[in-house]
Design a protein around this ligand. Structure first.
Ligand code: ADP
Ligand code: ZN
Length: 606
């Protein structure tokens, strides 16, 4: 049985080997077992049900809440020569009728259905009259009321085990802690099935957090140095900032489009569509953007503002590199972020218990920003997973930050806050430490206090760094008065009494020069390579436009990149490229091989 699965992997999908738990899951399903599969984004969950659905007789029914994605998924399958269709509210009645007929005539390997439609008595009836291979429940964490994507329809999916006890069920998700997992097993009646759990890690994502100086300029140089022509997402906290940043990037020649809840539905859909179907679009968005975005070739996710928790950070950055190719998670972070988030939290009307949880989450987020060790280790351990060794693919691994003994500086900063009555913000305090007179500190008589001018060994940006770290690590808190006044917390005492030393992170003076995570560009040795890559992308876009599908449905970046590297000159060489199955070989082989041959003959001779 597993032999025929491997056969399908190779001839239909054009891949050589199974990944992670794929083989075990597929084997288990083919034999009629049910399963819960937890795999990180981009791990390859789809094959886990697609292949068994093709091997087993009958149709595989895929339940997914993300209606917007069904079309793409089905287009991708049809490109591979798989008999697939979908049923949801976007379909005209006559089209839906046709699909139902195909189902009854047993002409489908896979049918994607929205949960609310599946649950109609009519549909359940129809399914009962049809041979079925399996039920796949995608985004299975939606059954859990604890998660943030709870969908009431998902609870009712328990009907599947009652009405179709003989049909294997597979539930899949990328985000499930213990509680959610238990919920999935119970609600979908999978207690007797097997669980296949792969780790959370996304090794192809390079995590980078840099100190904010001029965030936009820093973003621009990151984009220009490493991501020309790439698709990516830039997250900002507010609508206004989204608009501003998108305008600003456009003026600098980037195809940047805004996305936030204040725009009309049509505007949002247009921009999202463009992001999906065109190459190299940068979407600048609030967190309103992302759910249900399954674009595989997002090469970077940048944050201009700090997310509120590691959960949000991980989910947002997780939209990068779903195709397994190198991708960047880049963030600029500074004192103002810390102050603003602390302020928002402290002044919120929420219950104290709720605030305490939020505070812990923020603490963990700040911890990630200030850590001097491997960022991935911190992230994974937050999600309950251990990484034994530093990852080697985050900024702190690649260029370990230096530390310095900041005990004295911290004590000066703390007593300055204290001596001025815990009523002032950072800029004011720094002027006092540096002994810079201004109208305000004269008026308050602060040029006469003992901390006046005691901090000239550091400059103002170094002082900002000290204050940032003091706030981040909880020695200092931000008042809820709205002016950003700093106050001491109890945690300060041992430090002020000289019983504790404090090591601080040295901010980098310049953006560290890092070899782009994106191996594509660095692997291009010549201009000719780059030209070929561009030509292949253009041809892919033409093919995609002719059929009205996004380019990645035709070929993924990884596949195209291999073409540029291996330069297949015959159809049998072309077939060896990962991601080229029988169907795509027949449909595209000649055009692409011709382009490559032509390039090799003309491209080099200049
Ligand atoms: P998930 O749903 O887990 O986020 P997908 O099923 O979309 O991930 O797969 C992510 C990418 O990996 C897709 O481009 C898919 O074609 C590719 N992929 C999956 N399995 C394999 C494999 N065994 N070998 C090579 N590529 C694979
Ligand atoms: Zn690391």
């Amino acid at each position: 049985m597993i032999q025929s699965a491997l056969q399908i992997l190779r001839t239909t999908f054009g891949y050589e080997q199974f990944r992670l738990n794929q083989e075990a899951v597929i084997d288990h399903l083919i034999k009629g077992g049910s399963a819960l599969v937890l795999m990180p984004t981009g791990g390859g969950k789809s094959l886990c049900y697609q292949i068994p659905a093709m091997v087993r007789s009958g149709t595989g029914i895929v339940i997914s809440p993300l209606i917007a994605l069904m079309q793409d998924q089905v287009s991708s399958l049809i490109q591979l020569g798989v008999r697939a269709a979908f049923l949801n509210s976007t379909l005209a009645v006559s089209d839906a009728k046709r699909v139902e007929q195909q189902l009854l005539d047993q002409q489908l390997d896979l049918l994607y259905i929205a949960p609310e439609r599946l649950l109609t008595p009519r549909m359940l009836d129809l399914l009962q009259r049809t041979p079925l291979a399996l039920f796949a429940i995608d985004e299975a964490h939606c059954v859990s009321q604890w998660g943030h994507d709870f969908r009431p329809e998902y609870i009712q999916l328990s009907i599947l085990q009652e009405r179709f006890p003989q049909i294997p069920r597979i539930a899949l998700t990328a985000t499930a802690d213990e509680t959610t997992r238990a919920d999935i097993l119970q609600r979908l009646g999978l207690q007797r099935g097997r669980s296949f759990i792969s780790g959370f890690d996304r090794p192809n994502i390079r995590y980078r957090i840099t100190e904010k100086r001029n965030a936009r300029e820093q973003l621009l140089s990151f984009l220009e140095n490493e991501h020309r022509g790439d698709a990516g997402i830039v997250y900002c906290l507010s609508r206004k900032k989204v608009e501003d940043a998108a305008d600003w990037l456009r003026q600098r020649g980037w195809n940047a489009l805004p996305y936030h809840a204040g725009m009309t539905t049509e505007q949002r859909e247009r921009n999202q569509r463009q992001f999906l179907t065109e190459e190299g679009v940068v979407i600048v968005a609030t967190i309103a953007f992302g759910m249900g975005i399954d674009k595989p070739d997002v090469r970077f996710v940048a944050h201009l503002d700090l997310p509120k928790s590691l959960e949000s950070y991980y989910q947002e950055t997780g939209r990068a590199g779903r195709d397994g190719q190198p991708a960047d998670a880049w963030m600029a972070y500074g004192l103002q972020d810390v102050i603003m988030l602390r302020q928002m939290l402290e002044s919120s009307q929420a219950e104290e218990r709720h605030k305490r949880i939020e505070r812990q989450k923020l603490e963990a987020m700040l911890g990630l920003c200030e850590v001097t060790g491997c960022r991935r280790q911190v992230l994974l351990s937050y999600f309950g997973e251990r990484l034994d060794r530093p990852c080697g693919n985050c900024d702190t691994c690649l260029e370990p930050p230096q530390t310095w003994d900041g005990t004295e500086a911290a004590r000066k900063a703390l007593s300055c806050i204290y001596r001025t009555g815990q009523r002032f913000g950072v800029n004011y305090l720094i002027d006092i430490l540096l002994g810079k007179t201004n109208e305000r500190n004269q008026r308050f008589g602060h040029h006469k206090i003992s901390t006046w001018g005691i901090g000239t060994e550091l400059d103002s940006s170094q002082w900002r760094s000290v204050f940032r770290q003091l706030v981040a690590s909880g020695y200092v808190t931000v008042d809820i008065d709205g002016h950003g006044s700093l106050r001491l917390t109890d945690q300060c005492r041992p430090l002020l009494r000289g019983e504790q030393r404090l090591m601080l992170r040295k901010d980098r003076k310049k953006e560290p020069k890092q070899k782009p995570a994106h191996s594509r560009r660095s692997s291009f040795v010549s201009d000719s390579d780059r030209r070929l890559w561009e030509a292949l992308r253009n041809l892919r876009k033409e093919c995609a436009d002719q059929q009205g599908v996004p380019p990645y449905v035709v070929f993924h970046d990884a596949t195209l990149m291999q073409m540029a590297e291996l330069r297949p000159r015959t159809l049998s060489e072309f077939k060896e490229i990962s991601g080229v199955g029988q169907h795509k070989l027949e449909r595209y082989g000649e055009q692409f091989v011709a382009l490559i041959c032509n390039h090799d003959e003309t491209g080099e001779i200049v």
